[in-house]
Design a binder for this molecule. Structure first.
Ligand SMILES: [Fe+2]
Length: 429
């Protein structure tokens, strides 16, 4: 323990290249007590979560979900457990991708009208984020928009329980919720340690329903969380441990889960890895990949995980001058070999690009337009500068160059198209 503390302090000093404010924020993040949900893991754990919740004598629960999950009947085993125990619940299935604020306000109205005293979030990142903010807004009688920022509510929400239906966002363990304006163009982060769910079920029977493209994109989102947390300036011995576990697991299991969605062992391991990655980045934060991906999501509605997956290799190559020793550690952890840190780190990035290609991730973003690149680059730099402890800071010219690498063009293969309505299943952040 003492050795870990000394190691973390040494790392604080090593992160001296970060601006003072960001360094200070890193110190706070290292010490902030962040609750962790009790996890139920394994096939049938969603139903077992329902049984457990039934024991908590709730008056009435708001089940927050989306229409496709209702259509697929994924929440039925949990709902059956609530019914069997005569626990009242009301279903709110209007959640949309990007957690739009008007939908959250509708959820708050229903929560109040039905006199609810707890929330079950059953869905992807947007569903869980919507549920977190419904809970916080209802407890504080404040519009959701006013909760954007850090600890903007006086009171914490009532109990929140979560069943993630994708293995990617890690929202079941994070202190944040990302919500958006109705058109999804502007996003806001609500951060509060009290919105971490009390219990969560990681049930492979639920994620087995994911189609391959969403399995790939959400899995790469989790991988991006782990890698960015690992190479950033706020990493600690704890976040390193969970990030390494996430990277190694995703490396092995994502191709399996993508090839055969019904492989419950791979699905369960991916769900765990996504949760490890969430535990890593909720403390150590993310970086330039997310800063750029958020702009592509806002401007063109590129699904979050897909944008990360396409950008990740290029951004890591850009980060090599500063991040090579840390990326080399990850390379060794997944069993790669190389002559020195630099060679190992480069090998890791190449292998990661191969992994992405092997699960059908495109190399370019079809919707991206040259005329938009300058403004997207500026916005990405602004986001990264204000929030992320990145190993190498991007200038607007750097960010523009990274975006140009994923611009569709001759010889670059087909760009990633935005999937149709089916992609809404899983509602990524
Ligand atoms: Fe993400």
């Amino acid at each position: 323990m003492a050795r870990e503390l000394i190691g973390d302090m040494a790392r604080s000093i090593a992160a001296a290249s970060l601006p003072v404010l960001k360094r200070a924020a890193g110190v706070v993040t290292r010490r902030l007590p962040i609750p962790q949900p009790l996890l139920l893991v394994g096939a049938g754990s969603a139903a077992r979560l329902g049984e457990a919740i039934a024991g908590f004598a709730h008056r009435r629960l708001l089940l927050v979900t989306d229409a496709s999950i209702v259509r697929l009947g994924l929440a039925e085993p949990l709902v059956d457990a609530l019914r069997a125990a005569r626990v009242g619940h009301v279903v709110f299935d209007a959640v949309l991708p990007d957690a739009p604020i008007p939908v959250i306000e509708d959820g708050v109205a229903l929560f109040r009208a039905e006199n609810c005293d707890g929330i079950v979030a059953f869905g992807g990142g947007s569903v869980i984020d919507t549920a977190k903010v419904i809970g916080l807004a209802a407890a504080n009688r404040k519009p959701a928009r006013e909760l954007a920022g850090y600890f903007r509510g006086l009171r914490g929400p009532g109990p929140i329980y979560a069943v993630p239906t994708t293995a990617g966002t890690g929202s079941e363990v994070t202190v944040a919720a990302v919500i958006s304006d109705p058109d999804g163009a502007k996003k806001y982060t609500v951060a509060d340690t009290r919105i971490v769910p009390e219990m969560a079920a990681l049930d492979p029977l639920v994620t087995a329903a994911l189609p391959p493209d969403i399995t790939a994109a959400t899995g790469m989102d989790a991988l991006t969380h782990a890698v960015e947390a690992y190479i950033g300036g706020w990493a600690t011995s704890y976040t390193d441990r969970v990030a390494r576990a996430a990277v190694a697991t995703i490396w092995q299991q994502l191709p399996r889960a993508w090839r055969d969605g019904s492989d419950l062992e791979a699905r369960e391991k991916m769900a765990l890895a996504s949760t490890w990655a969430g535990l890593a980045f909720t403390r150590a934060n993310v970086g330039n990949v997310h800063a750029l991906a958020h702009q592509l999501g806002g401007r063109y509605h590129v699904p979050h995980g897909l944008a990360n997956a396409i950008l990740l290799p290029g951004v890591l190559r850009f980060s090599l001058p500063q991040a090579a020793p840390r990326l080399a550690q990850l390379a060794r952890h997944v069993g790669l070999e190389g002559a020195d840190d630099r060679a190992l780190a480069a090998r890791f990035v190449d292998a990661l690009a191969e992994l992405a290609e092997g699960i059908g991730i495109a190399r370019t973003v079809a919707a991206l337009r040259e005329k938009d690149i300058a403004s997207l680059a500026l916005a990405a730099c602004d986001e990264a500068d204000r929030n992320y402890p990145v190993p190498r800071q991007m200038t607007p010219a750097d960010a523009a160059a990274l975006l140009r690498e994923v611009l569709p063009g001759p010889g670059r293969g087909a760009g990633a198209r935005i999937p149709g309505a089916g992609a809404k299943r899983g509602a990524e952040r």
